[in-house]
Design a protein around this ligand. Structure first.
Ligand code: CTP
Ligand code: MG
Length: 580
């Protein structure tokens, strides 16, 4: 084992972190030749399987890869009628009833207008309902709500512009309009039109003001918690002005939903029994591995080790071993054979992935487990996330809720063009780094106390996080406010066209700076999330022309649910149902 090659100058890899020592090594012949140089892994996501093994309930939640059955073929766009200057366009139902293929992100079950007709009690992760009561301030309204889309007239905008804006992502992306152009329009409401989700029951004028369609007065808003502006130190003046325009107050009763959200968060945390089953799985895996590679060491990575694991998370294991002249693929094929002989189920070696893995499931616990070889970037970023999680508990709360939301809304499938759990956690960290006052620091910008050398790249940051427990104390935002602001940020504030989010720098940086503006065929960076250590790796690269729309529509839906719905703790997590 070449421990020095990876453990670097800082604390050694085996420093109690995620290390499971295998049984005492047996004597074995010396390795025939020098250790192979491993190419640094870039990602851990396997390529699409021909028939993904999904549990029946998961099948309901997947995002269609390209054009799903429920999307009709694109039809030619008819020119929209231009509203008279200075007036808002006539509101139209959202989603338009004439477009049944629309993702339906604006239809809310909690308002009684959803076909699934679920009751208003919030769902907990264990399938039970929360005991929390619907807050009095948000007493159920009997009237049927409808959600409408409102286009804002822009005097400079031509017909084409309005046509683009009015369509959302519903299906017509192949209609000849450049996706980046559309993203630009959506993210720059002052230059183009824009669409807002509004409650028809409200006076439209008031609603427009509430939704930030008009300049928000600077006053503190009385007792209403107002949305904090993100740190703007690195923003261009034009962007700052846009951010001011979108400064919106969240609903005055938002904190009534904090107990429900926290109850949901608690229910998502893995139980002690779950953790002990995970440990049993890792122990039996260690036994199997030691038969062939007695010096190998197991590191847990991913959510089972970074504190972001829920009761639905799988087990991710990295084997640290010398593989000599063998290729990683050969090692994984041998490993798969061993695991099959040891009665693990559904064993397969996925060797064509950028980060090859062996995958299997444990018959006892039913847990699924991914095993990779010498992927130390993953081990390093696992520790980084774990350390961030210890600074402020609101990160864990936010990330659990966002991950849960993403799974239920079908936007957590990298092989279908949406984002990984890891990407969502980075989005949460960066969001909390950008709050004002900040809730999280930027650990990689501080004096390094931890270093792991991975194939020449120094993964280094300040890891003495026990010194930072009060870091976010000045910011008093509740989880309900933060969740709302998170979705608003990704729905309306983030500059998709120009910006990359960077946990490494604790801010957003420009795509130009990363040289992520180039287009190679359809392979564009539509949503950019920099990996904190493999900085050339964009975690948003999986997002394509269709899924960027799906994601943004879901962010908008989530923000609107939290802003206006009677029972957002239920409605927000309503599983996306393609049958609707
Ligand atoms: N990872 C990575 N680069 C990626 C994706 C993932 O380095 N592009 C590593 C990270 O260490 C991440 C781990 O792989 O924590 C597992 O990522 P993911 O599959 O997104 O899931 P989890 O974080 O494990 O979340 P969960 O299983 O709970 O969905
Ligand atoms: Mg995992």
């Amino acid at each position: 084992m070449d421990g020095d090659a990876h453990a670097g100058e800082g604390k050694p890899l085996a420093d109690g972190f995620l290390r499971f020592l295998l049984p005492a090594p047996k004597p074995r012949p010396a390795a025939p030749s020098a250790p192979a140089r491993l190419v640094p892994p870039h990602r851990l996501i396997a390529p699409p399987l021909p028939t993904p093994r999904l549990r029946p309930e998961e099948r309901l939640l997947i995002v269609p890869p390209t054009r799903p059955d429920w999307l009709p073929l694109p039809s030619p766009r008819s020119p929209p009628s231009a509203p008279s200057p200075g007036t808002a366009a006539k509101p139209r139902p959202f989603p338009p009833r004439s477009e049944p293929w629309t993702r339906d992100a604006g239809r809310f079950v909690g308002n009684g207008n959803c076909a699934t007709g679920r009751s208003s009690a919030a769902f907990l992760a264990n399938g039970r309902r929360t005991g929390f009561q619907r807050p009095k301030a948000a007493a159920p309204q009997k009237e049927k709500k409808a959600w409408v889309a409102v286009e804002k007239k822009d005097e400079d905008a031509g017909d084409k512009v309005r046509a683009v804006v009015s369509e959302g992502y519903s299906s017509r992306d192949e209609g000849g309009v450049d996706v980046e152009e559309q993203l630009e329009l959506e993210s720059e409401p002052e230059r183009g039109g824009h669409r807002r989700l509004l409650d028809r029951e409200d006076n439209v004028k008031n609603s427009l003001a509430m939704a930030g369609n008009q300049e928000c007065p600077d006053k503190g808003g009385g007792e209403r918690p107002s949305e904090h502006l993100m740190s703007q130190s690195n923003q261009a003046p034009r962007f700052q002005s846009r951010m001011r325009r979108w400064q919106v107050e969240c609903r005055h009763d938002i904190d009534n939903f904090t107990p429900g959200l926290l109850a949901l968060y608690e229910s998502l945390k893995p139980s002690e029994e779950h953790k002990s089953k995970q440990k049993q799985l890792v122990d039996s895996l260690a036994k199997s591995v030691s038969k062939e590679w007695p010096n190998a060491q197991l590191h847990l990575y991913g959510s089972c080790a970074n504190s972001f694991g829920t009761s639905h998370s799988d087990v991710d294991v990295c084997l640290e071993m010398e593989i000599g002249t063998a290729s990683t693929a050969e090692v994984l094929l041998t490993l798969a054979e061993i695991l099959r002989n040891d009665n693990f189920e559904n064993v397969e070696a996925i060797t064509s992935a950028r980060v090859p893995i062996a995958r299997m499931s444990d018959p006892g616990s039913g847990f699924s487990c991914d095993i990779c070889i010498n992927n130390f970037f993953a081990v390093a970023n696992t520790k980084l996330l774990k350390d961030y999680a210890q600074i402020d508990q609101r990160l864990l709360q936010l990330a659990f809720l966002v991950k849960h939301w993403a799974k239920l809304r079908g936007v957590n499938e990298t092989y279908r063009g949406t984002l990984s759990s890891y990407a969502y956690v980075l989005m949460c960290i960066n969001f909390l780094q950008l709050r004002e006052p900040k809730i999280l620091p930027c650990l990689q910008a501080m004096e390094p106390t931890y270093t792991l050398n991975v194939d020449g790249t120094k993964c280094t940051y300040f890891d003495e996080v026990h010194q930072l427990h009060d870091f976010g104390a000045e910011n008093k935002e509740s989880i309900a406010q933060l969740l709302w602001a998170f979705f608003r940020y990704w729905a309306f504030h983030h500059d998709y066209r120009n910006d990359v989010i960077s946990v490494r720098l604790g801010k957003t940086i420009s795509k130009q700076e990363k040289n992520w503006t180039t287009r190679i065929g359809n392979d564009r960076h539509l949503m950019c999330i920099e990996d904190p250590f493999e900085t050339g790796h964009d975690l948003g690269r999986v997002v394509d022309r269709q899924t960027i729309r799906i994601l943004r529509e879901e962010f908008k839906r989530a923000a609107a649910v939290l802003q206006y719905d009677d029972d957002p703790c239920v409605t927000l997590f309503e599983p996306y149902d393609y049958e609707l």
